[in-house]
Ligand binder design. Structure first.
Ligand code: KIV
Ligand code: NA
Length: 263
């Protein structure tokens, strides 16, 4: 059955975990779809995994459109979620709308953008024009130059309060999903409890409504540094299909992430 925004909301209500993985092309899209992954994210992490860049900043809207079209071709049931890349949405709600339209025309069913309170107006603008939005808060990789590195966000009480306030404001603006990256598990748990829409975590503990990993990380084929929140699911699996099925099982059964993957 096709995964829609209604499916994701119902999963949260029923306490069923959402399994998300990044995906950049058609063959993997079909494999992931058939293994029961609920949402395929065309992440701008393709800058790192596919293009060999050291950040997501060089990724363009045209790159994202190409990979979104490839993934959409190979997908049947999973939701197709595409990242808005750096520079394609921050200038104005109008710019975000124009870019999001092109991703939707390439086959995306929801778009993701990074940012807290500053994105409230943009989320409202997109949602009122028919485009579902996932907001990415906590560590926002497109702002790596501002942080001076990939660091855990929301560690102080003030930062944690800001995360909660932002998540609530983005939900009120009409966001469909809140993705939290590298946030202390306790803070992600609190945000998840505050919201009626589902949360997805990466390095945000086991209590989010769903989990996401970068495909190349969970298959153990990314040559770069391995983050604490990454688990190689090829360990103990005899095929890629098996590894992805084990990931889905671990997310659904709340056995991933463990303490060792959390902050
Ligand atoms: O681009 C990406 O892969 C992402 C995930 C890390 C959530 O945004
Ligand atoms: Na991303």
């Amino acid at each position: 059955m096709k995964v829609t925004v209604n499916t994701l909301n119902k999963m949260k209500q029923d306490g069923q975990k959402i399994a998300m993985l990044t995906c950049y092309e058609a063959s993997f899209a079909t494999l992931l779809d058939e293994a029961g992954v609920d949402v395929l994210l065309i992440g701008d992490s393709l800058g790192n995994t596919v293009q060999g860049q050291s950040s997501t900043l060089p990724v363009t809207l045209d790159h994202m459109i190409y990979h979104t079209a490839c993934v959409a071709k190979g997908t049947k049931d999973a939701m197709v979620l595409a990242d808005l890349p750096f520079g394609a949405y921050q200038a104005s709600p109008q710019q975000a709308f124009d870019s999001a339209v092109r991703l939707m025309q390439a086959g995306a069913e929801m778009v993701k953008l990074e940012g807290g309170m500053v994105m409230v107006e943009t989320v409202d603008f997109l949602v009122n024009r028919g485009i579902p939005v996932c907001v990415h808060i906590g560590l926002q990789p497109q702002s790596v130059n501002l942080y001076g590195g990939y660091k855990v966000q929301g560690k102080t009480d003030t930062e944690a309060e800001t995360l909660k306030r932002d998540a609530l404001a983005l939900q009120a603006a009409g966001a469909s999903l809140v993705l939290m990256e590298m946030v202390p598990a306790a803070v992600a748990t609190a945000v998840t409890g505050l919201l009626s829409i589902p949360t997805i975590g990466i390095g945000a503990g086991v209590n989010c409504d769903g989990q996401v990993l970068v495909l190349h990380d969970m298959l153990g084929i990314y040559p770069g540094k391995k983050a604490r929140f990454v688990k190689n699911f090829m360990t103990g699996a005899s095929s890629i299909q098996g590894a992805v099925e084990n990931y889905v099982k671990a997310v659904k059964g709340s056995t991933f992430p463990a303490e060792e993957h959390s902050f």
